[in-house]
Design a protein around this ligand. Structure first.
Ligand SMILES: [Zn+2]
Ligand SMILES: [Zn+2]
Length: 364
């Protein structure tokens, strides 16, 4: 579980671009008008959303939803707010459009099959469903953001490119690179990009489907196979844009002599009991220790390296090539294929794992 530093200039650029396009898109879906009755537009005279009529407004939008989403301060907070802020605004918004109805039970009702509904739930179902449907179509992740072509003006491809996070922030085990199919230098189609995990799942938080800090670039295994629709809350789980726990988790290994094999262990060490519990929950639900136990060959390579070079391996390499001008970071990357600086762990899969194991082996 890696940390994404949202104060980094690349992240701020990604956030600004995301806000620019998502706000214009939502205005189009709302058919938003300003106080004087004029159609709302951004200040960019070449805006590919505001200047074209290729996005249809959501028909018969419930008036309360229109009113609150047409509030520019609220909309900016929804798109750009921190995980804590969007979590709070989600509840606030719900109270505004459904006074007196508890958010989570409403979402449960709307996610039930019709024959599972109790009598009183059948009463509320149509009105809740119509508002949830409106929110899903306005914050249209699947139909717009996820479906847009990489050659278009904005899409999941663009966000992934701007974020430029090269390995999965949840597992740091798989590359999450972004690349387009090209022809004569022009982007012509989709090739590869990370998935975007909705940290607050779309099924339960339709209002947050396009919120920047709710879109965590990750590998398909962590997003689809492991986390899925599991409901996370900030009080119980780690959020990669909020918590930097790199120093609080540690990979180690034990040798199991009876079966001549090694086992990877992943432990959390933190003085803060609440944080410790959140880390434990997260490691457990992402099954990270089990994932890394599939990599016994990679671990054995490191152990063999230690056996072959009883002295510091990097020192041995440097002594063997005295003329070579490389920094410690470069030397480490060439030797082990991973990054040494924790700030750069995301650039190469297995960086955190190898860092901890190599330290345990006293190779570094
Ligand atoms: Zn615009
Ligand atoms: Zn992953």
């Amino acid at each position: 579980m890696l940390f994404i530093d949202s104060t980094h200039p690349d992240m701020q650029f990604a956030l600004n671009e995301h806000y620019k396009y998502v706000r214009c898109y939502v205005w189009k879906k709302l058919d938003a008008k300003d106080a004087g009755g004029a159609i709302k537009k951004c200040l960019d005279p070449g805006c590919p959303i505001c200047t074209k009529n290729n996005i249809d407004p959501y028909p018969n939008i419930p008036i309360d939803i229109y009113k609150y989403l047409n509030d520019d301060t609220l909309l900016e907070l929804l798109i750009c707010g921190t995980p804590e802020e969007i979590s709070a605004i989600n509840l606030y918004f719900w109270e505004l459009i459904f006074p007196g109805l508890e958010y989570h039970s409403c979402i449960e009702i709307v996610n039930k099959k019709h024959d599972q509904l109790k009598n009183d739930e059948r009463l509320f179902y149509p009105v809740i469903k119509s508002k949830i449907d409106a929110l899903t179509k306005i914050f249209n992740y699947k139909g717009w953001f996820d479906a847009n072509k990489p050659s278009g003006y904005y899409s999941a491809y663009h966000l992934a490119t701007y974020l430029n996070l090269r390995s999965c922030v949840y597992c740091n085990r798989t590359y999450t690179l972004t690349q387009f199919k090209t022809e004569d230098g022009a982007k012509i189609g989709k090739l590869l990009r990370p998935q975007f995990d909705h940290w607050f799942p779309q099924e339960h938080f339709p209002l947050l489907a396009l919120s920047f800090f709710n879109l965590v670039p990750s590998c398909s295994i962590c997003n689809s196979s492991v986390k899925g629709r599991k409901k996370f809350s900030l009080s119980d789980y780690i959020h990669p844009y909020v918590d930097n726990i790199t120093d609080s988790i540690l990979f180690s290994f034990t040798y199991r002599e009876s079966i001549d094999s090694v086992k990877v262990e992943l432990t959390a060490l933190n003085d803060d009991a609440t944080l410790q519990k959140r880390i434990d929950n997260t490691l457990q639900d992402f099954h990270l220790e089990e994932m890394y136990n599939a990599h016994e060959p990679e671990l054995l390579d490191l152990i063999k390296l230690k056996q072959a070079y009883s002295d510091n391996y990097l020192k041995t390499l440097r002594n063997a090539f005295p003329g070579i001008k490389l920094t410690d970071n470069e030397m480490y990357r060439l030797a082990f294929g991973v990054e040494l600086d924790p700030k750069n762990f995301q650039k190469r899969p297995f960086s955190k794992f190898k860092y901890d194991i190599l330290r345990e082996l006293k190779v570094i």
